[in-house]
Design a protein around this ligand. Structure first.
Ligand code: PMP
Length: 363
């Protein structure tokens, strides 16, 4: 039976569970799709920026051609912005693609990956798909326990995954904490610093992964155009690393892993400072709006620096079902064994208010 001959790691794997699409929820509950508020996938509530849309429009005439498989212009723009060489940059079909490439390059049966208890769902998938073992380290105050993670590293560890800020909890690590951790990591272990929510963070001691690269040759930083740049559907992310790491990833990267609309839109988005700033401002205001409501309702929440926040509502499954009936989609965290929490993505002010009103009603 060839299904049983799939690689051992893959046989035990559960597929990534994305949030339900609006149309499905609308049909199940007999609601008007336009009345539904979706705050479930940490998307940018502004929609794509106009400059990105214009770039896509211009690029449409080129759809019969393969995209530039080297991502020359986007890499050049990123390199200039970040003060790196283009050879240190790898483009991915979303940053998920880069996480997958890392697993294929540095994980295998007999090896293991270290990550925190409340880690982004793609880390276990990548690890298991490569047939490697998981070393899941209990969290501390919902965040990474870096000392315990350093302790968990052994001679078979290939990769450590750290998201900063972390998804789903929104917790974050300071530069000092990360540097102390890196000092304990053997140099043959690759540390993936996943900065999917980097652009939202304004804390003064929050580290810029790029600044750490020169000190740690075993560091790879991942970022994405899916969140603050508002291009989740186009699937484009990038990693920053030593030239050697980038060249290794490039060996297994699909030749045209980022399509031409994504390349052009990302390039335009990178230059659209006003859109980025507006996204960050909206997020900050929305975060305050939700925190204020949670305090008024006497609900505990996990302070977050991302574009989402986890709130303790008691029986999260029951509250989630009740919210769905009100036409509000949020993210239950049962797969993370956070049975009392819901994760709410920050929306536009009126979307946040719809959620708050629905929450008040159902609690
Ligand atoms: N890393 C983290 C921590 C995330 O939360 C996400 C998105 N949910 C990703 C990576 C992947 O994002 P994308 O593939 O859209 O770039």
């Amino acid at each position: 039976d060839f299904l049983k001959l799939a690689n051992a790691g893959i046989q035990g794997l559960m597929p990534y569970q994305p949030g339900k699409p609006v149309e499905e929820v609308a049909r199940e509950l007999n609601l008007d799709p336009d009345s539904i508020v979706k705050l479930a996938s940490n998307e940018n509530p502004h929609g794509p920026g106009q400059q990105a849309l214009n770039a896509i429009q211009r690029e449409l005439t080129e759809l019969a051609r393969y995209p530039d498989g080297s991502g020359y212009r986007l890499k050049a723009a990123l390199a200039q912005k970040l003060g790196l060489s283009p050879r240190q940059i790898t483009l991915g079909n979303g940053s998920n693609d880069l996480l997958d490439l890392v697993g294929r390059c540095w994980l295998a049966p007999g090896r293991n990956a270290v990550y925190s208890e409340y880690a982004f769902a793609v880390y276990p998938i990548t690890t298991q798909a490569a047939g490697a073992a998981h070393k899941v380290v209990p969290a501390r105050d919902w965040g990474h326990d870096l000392n315990a993670m350093a302790q968990a590293i052994d001679e078979n560890t290939g990769v450590v995954f750290i998201a900063n800020p972390n998804n789903p909890t929104g917790t974050w690590l300071s530069e000092k904490q990360l540097r102390e951790f890196m000092a304990q990591v053997p140099e043959q272990v690759l540390v993936v610093l996943d900065e999917a929510y980097f652009e939202y963070v304004e804390e003064s001691v929050y580290p810029d992964g790029v600044a750490l690269l020169q000190d740690y040759p075993n560091l790879l930083v991942c970022r994405t155009f899916s969140k603050a740049y508002g291009l989740a559907s186009l699937r484009v992310g990038y990693s920053l690393s030593s030239v050697g790491i980038a060249e290794t990833l490039n060996r297994v990267r699909q030749p045209f892993n980022v399509n031409s609309l994504a390349l052009e839109a990302a390039l335009a988005a990178l230059g659209d400072e006003a859109y980025l700033q507006q996204s960050v401002i909206t997020n900050k205001a929305g975060m305050l709006q939700l925190e204020t409501a949670f305090r008024e309702l006497g609900l505990n929440y996990i302070p977050s620096v991302g574009n989402f926040i986890c709130v303790d509502v008691g029986d999260a499954e029951a509250v989630n079902q009740a919210l769905l009936k009100e036409g509000v989609i949020v993210r239950p965290l049962r797969p993370y064994r956070m049975n009392n929490h819901l994760r709410i993505s920050i929306g536009l002010p009126e979307e946040n208010q719809r959620f708050i009103d629905a929450l008040k009603k159902v609690l």
